[in-house]
Every structure is written in structure tokens, then in C-alpha cells.
Design a protein around this ligand. Structure first.
Ligand code: F6R
Length: 242
């Protein structure tokens, strides 16, 4: 696990470089995309490189990590809409090459199995961008999760719903109670992981991820076991490290 501590603009540049390098080597690469605040500067940095002609996603494809269950299609806070607005619509990645977990099928559990299968059929994720929850979740694998899980439905932790209420006008009651998420086992199969964390609200979870053992009380701690993982931290997120 490589750890870089730097200002967030530098972290975004580093993550963007990793993406651009991968696409340069493998134009058909499969990206794993996170939503939420943490990767936004990275997506801005990648878009800036795209606009300079440094990278094209025309042959690439992408799988997102997770989706709320029960939001109507097109809901502005659905993670599908989020990733289209903040990344996919800004570059030349074909929309038909964007895969997002289904949050509103009649049979979401079958949809979860199909999603995992679709990732495998695409050859697996080459580079997975990750954030980390203040409680140590990755994707929406909350503390206590099975560390070998595949894509599944997860009940969101109270802390996660409180943290994400900011996207729903500050009202926790509007935050869905469940999400469909790539499992920890699914995430670990990506060939490279790049986790981005900033701010003091992530410091405890980051300390557990880096300095604690691998434990389901901090699902992100599994990253320690990955052979190609880059952890990008600003000073605040790194402030509780030993
Ligand atoms: C989002 C995701 C989550 C977030 C995490 C941090 O697709 O999988 O694990 O990365 O909740 O969220 P932010 O970046 O908004 O602090």
C-alpha cells in the first residue's frame, strides 16, 4: 500500500495521472468510479486533461460502485445521475459503456448478481477509484460487512445517512435506507485501487485503515491486503496516523 500525503489539488493530479496512464496503456480499460465528494477534484483534473487532448475514453468503459435503492430513475441524487453529471458527460466515454448498479428493479437482488457478472464479463476493473466513509465503509459496505461479499443490498448505517443528508437538502428522512453496492470481495478484485480521503471527518477511519488490522469493523482496512493500492490523503485526513 503506497500512501501519499499532500494538498488535495496534488492528490487529484496524482489520481488523474493514474487514470490517464492506464488509458494510455489500455484504451479499452475498465474504470471503477466512485461517487460522493472525494473524487470530484480528480474528475475535474481528468476532464482538464481530456480537454487538452491528453486522453480519450472513447473505447473505455466504467462501472460505478453503488446506487441508492428506491430512488426514481433520473433522480438528481441517484449515483447514476451524479457520475454522468460530474464525469461521464464531460469526457467522451460513451454512455452505453457506463454501467451502474440497478437501484429500482423489482428484483434488485437478481440485479446485484447480474452486476457482478457484468463486471466479470467485462474482464474485471482495471483501476478502482474509492472514497472512504467516516465510519470506514468502502462502496456502501458498512462496518460489520462480510469482507468477501459480492454485489448486494446493504442497509445504510445511521452515520452514512446523516453524512449524506447534505445531498438531500439536509433531511435524513429523504436519504434512502438501503443501497446496492459492489461487495468488498468484488472491489478487491480490481487490479489497482486508488482511495482518496480528505478532511478531519475521515481521520479516524483512515487511521483504522492504515494502522489497524484488517477488520470488518472498518471494511476499508481490506485495502491493506491488496497488492496495488494507492491511498491519497490530505493533511487533515492523515492527522490521526501513527
Ligand atoms: C460512493 C461510495 C462511498 C463514498 C464515501 C465517501 O460511491 O462508494 O463509499 O466514497 O461515502 O463519501 P464522500 O466522498 O462524499 O465523503
Amino acid at each position: 500500500m503506497e500512501i501519499v500525503i499532500a494538498p488535495s489539488s496534488e492528490l487529484a493530479k496524482r489520481a488523474a495521472q493514474e487514470i490517464v496512464r492506464l488509458i494510455g496503456e489500455r484504451p479499452h480499460a475498465v474504470l471503477g468510479l466512485a461517487t460522493g465528494s472525494s473524487p470530484l477534484e480528480t474528475y475535474d483534473a481528468v476532464t482538464a486533461l481530456y480537454e487538452k487532448g491528453a486522453v480519450s475514453f472513447a473505447q473505455a468503459s466504467a462501472f460505478t460502485l453503488d446506487e441508492y435503492v428506491g430512488l426514481p430513475p433520473g433522480h438528481p441524487e441517484s449515483y447514476r445521475e451524479f457520475i454522468i453529471e460530474n464525469f461521464v458527460s464531460r469526457v467522451d466515454l460513451p454512455l452505453e459503456n457506463l454501467h451502474t448498479p440497478p437501484g429500482n428493479l423489482d428484483d434488485v437482488e437478481q440485479g446485484a448478481r447480474d452486476y457482478d457478472e457484468a463486471i466479470r464479463a467485462a474482464g474485471g476493473v482495471d483501476l478502482q477509484i474509492l472514497g472512504i466513509g467516516g465510519n470506514g465503509h468502502i462502496g456502501f459496505n458498512e462496518p460489520g460487512s462480510d469482507l468477501e461479499s459480492r454485489t448486494h443490498i446493504e442497509k445504510l448505517a445511521e452515520r452514512t445517512r446523516i453524512d449524506n443528508a447534505r445531498f438531500f437538502g439536509g433531511n435524513i428522512d429523504d436519504v434512502p435506507t438501503h443501497a446496492i453496492t459492489q461487495g468488498v470481495g468484488t472491489i478487491l478484485e480490481a487490479r489497482q485501487l486508488v482511495l482518496i480521503a480528505s478532511g478531519t471527518s475521515k481521520a479516524d477511519a483512515v487511521a483504522q485503515l492504515v494502522d489497524g488490522g484488517i477488520t470488518s469493523s472498518c471494511p476499508a482496512s481490506v485495502i491493506q491486503s491488496h497488492s496495488n493500492a494507492l491511498v491519497l490523503l490530505d493533511e487533515a485526513a492523515a492527522s490521526s496516523l501513527k
